[in-house]
Write a protein that binds this ligand. Sequence first.
Ligand code: G4P
Length: 529
Amino acid sequence: MSKSAFTEEVGQRRTFGIISHPDAGKTTITEKLLLLGNAIQLAGTVKGKKTGRMATSDWMQMEQERGISITTSVMQFPYKGRMVNLLDTPGHEDFSEDTYRTLTAVDSVLMVIDGAKGVEDRTIKLMEVCRLRDTPIFTFINKMDREVRDHIEVMDEIETILKIKCAPVTWPIGMGKAFKGVYNLITDTIHVFTPGQGSVVPDDIQIQGLQSPEAAALLGAELVAELTDEIELVQGASHEFDLDEYRRGELTPVFFGTALANFGVREMLDYFVEWAPAPLPRETDARPVPPTEEKFSGFIFKIQANMDPKHRDRIAFMRICSGTYTKGMKMQHVRIGKDIRIADAVTFLAGDRSHVEEAVSGDIIGLHNHGTIQIGDTFTEGEALRFTGIPHFAPELFKRVRLKDPLKMKQLQKGLQQLSEEGATQLFMPLNNNDLILGAVGVLQFDVVQQRLRDEYKVECIYEPVSVHTARWVYCNDHKMLEDFKRKAAENLAIDGGGHLTYIAPTRVNLSLTQERWPDVQFSATREH
Ligand code: G4P
């Protein structure tokens, strides 16, 4: 690829994730985006709670039973001259670490809000994560086919609770059974809603001008007058769209619609591919890496097992930060300082796995992982740099693992090691005994680990309570002091799944006393990979 062709390719990428509270409509809107991108032909074929071909493994069955979205998938589809990469994020709060790391791999975010519920807890938390990197945010207010809350009130809530300015681009005309479509405030166009097109690409019926005779004929003079007043009020109460403010994460363009009936999503997507940022530069420990740099680089943000139950494999998801991946290329695995040849990277075009011949900055590729790749690993064409900002969080819940069949220790260790590399759980091995302690951010993680150990490693395990209150990663520049600390505090020290020294504190008081006693030892609540 020539330099200019490469720069153009990169400029076409739009890599984003969807954040929302469970049940706001993330899965439904994902499906409609894929439909609009021609990645699927008929809605109802993507993973779902009741349907879906991905729901074949037991692991997915658990997701189904619980009605939550645990896994992250990556979907790529072309739209209006752009190449859209959609990274799915788990909605359940027990998987917030996973979501956090996925959000380090995107350039922007689509926030889906249930129009009847407004801003909910999970959205608040996810927004906090987006704030850390000032991620630009699009907003879609969903379920206009229902009786929802006052829209101005919901926008107010977004502004005050999420602390971001709202710039409505489309505005709903009616709601529930009387939902007629959306009005575009920028172009003065009415997009007319036709019910019954939820599973196909809907007709695109437009009327130019709210004051036009066609609008009066469609809506009636009374509704036009009402809408005119409402729009005036909305314009007074909100902000005008400003691309720079959006790109800085200070303002969000707002769109209304119904994902279920597939309306308003296209009107949003059309603007999304225009306004959302192309791949942005990424920070490393050495220098920022611009996406248009021709030398290849990328980092791993997610490892997932059993994407395909037939293969029982593990895939490491890599965000390409610069350059081009070409089939069979050699890249350096920086952490272990080895060159590896990658011949079989995969992508998830239309939810299907297919071999990638070529991929550029902003794209996500999946590498087959045979145990050498960890979350946070950097790959380059030789330069020894490391992408930063992909942390582990100190878990808040701990359990000791016990085997039902003591002869299966080896399988258990292997399983836990792999699951901890994936980030499904965190593993701590005390220096002083042979316990295996699991740490989690959310309680559901323990169930997932137990079930996966059973299904994938044929190990039955049980959990026991353990007196660990919190964990801190330990750092100290003074080697002698560290050795001294290791000796004196050995009973509360462990090695984590990544081989890092960790202080596992039985109580909060114990932690603060130890910190006071060892002022030159650093106790960190996060660890960079
Ligand atoms: P999530 O991924 O954010 O958790 O939400 P999901 O898309 O699964 O949607 C949650 C529920 O809300 C689903 O109903 C879905 O059909 C419904 N829904 C999504 N968008 C709209 C919309 O625009 N209008 C209306 N009226 N409903 C919408 P469910 O009954 O929980 O599941 P299902 O039986 O439809 O799978």
